[in-house]
Design a protein. Sequence first.
Length: 274
Amino acid sequence: MENKRILYISQEIHPYLPENDLSRTALALPKKMNALGHQVRVFMPRFGVINERRHQLHEVIRLSGINIVVNDIDMPLIIKVASVPQARMQVYFIDNDEYFKRKATIYDENKQMFSDNDERSIFFAKGVIETVKKLGWKPDIIHINGWMPSLVPMYLRMFNHDNPLFADAKIVYSAYNSGFEGNLGENMKNGLLFDEIPEEHLAHLDKPSFNDLNKAAVDFSHAVVKAQSEIDPELEAYIKEKGVVYFDGSDLINNPQDILNVYKDIIVEEESIA
């Protein structure tokens, strides 16, 4: 496969957050593609637990300053960037004082999910897309890791199918078994309805569970990667029923170059995200 532009959007990336299958894979993939000569851009949330001084994060003034609308409320978008040690690669951080300044990721000190995780997910998805637009960078492949950016495929295919930056992009979603228990709130669906996404596309999202968010991402993706050796059987059945390209990527941490098989399969297709 000739050199491509690959956009990675991940919920967490090591070394900025602790090591687990998701954070390690989310580092290994762009690092390997970058080493192979592909152009990569990497995005994640700037959770408040990330030590900005240790990791040398700094604000990108030219990209900050726009507002992201979530449920009819303007939320300022702040973009920060840091270089991955020994990788010659940068990570862009989506930040907002209301959503991401708190010293935690998904759960509070009582191990309860934050009540605004639904809105944080919308903000993150829209923030990445608007930042890529501001960069003027046209990705060939958009690869998503984790449930927090699971709305990105929907926003791309509903609102950006005719944008020259995204019209030809292929979307890959990595499905993990590590997520959250319970449900997010109604503000996710309310926010999507406010953005004029037709209700028929929101069947999974009344009070979305972890599986519901995965299904919503699968609905709008060209390929799905089984990112761990086991994922929920109901979700796996749903993926196969949708008929998207489906790839066992449970060993991508050790063999990240294997993802090229997926990229090659979807790049040769003539279907766009329209």
